[in-house]
Design a protein. Sequence first.
Length: 133
Amino acid sequence: MAGKFVLKTSGDQLVFDLLASGTSEVLLTSERYAHRTSALEGIAAARFSAPFEAQYLRMTSSTGQAYFVLHAGNNELIGTSAMYPSWRAREDAIAVVKANAPGASVHDRTTAKEDVELRQARLLRLRAPRRSA
């Protein structure tokens, strides 16, 4: 069973989601990336790390909802799950990530035009005069 990674823009950055096979359920959302290459490396890290139990950190939110974080072998954050109503639902989601991520395809929802616009937005932000306090 293999899901899919969906690479998309979020503001002036890139992010990817891991979707379960045959559904549109988002299992994992990545950190934000400034460059396409970095986002694709994040997807590769998710594929590699997902099967290993030690890479999952199980958490509980301040509202009592269960969620998990997937880390790479170097302990860098790869992605964070959705919130689940119970620890059992979280464990089920982890099992789905383990089964789906290693063989997941990549669906790039960005376009070359969007990529150029992202770079231009970053350049404008860098060139903007800084205001002193």
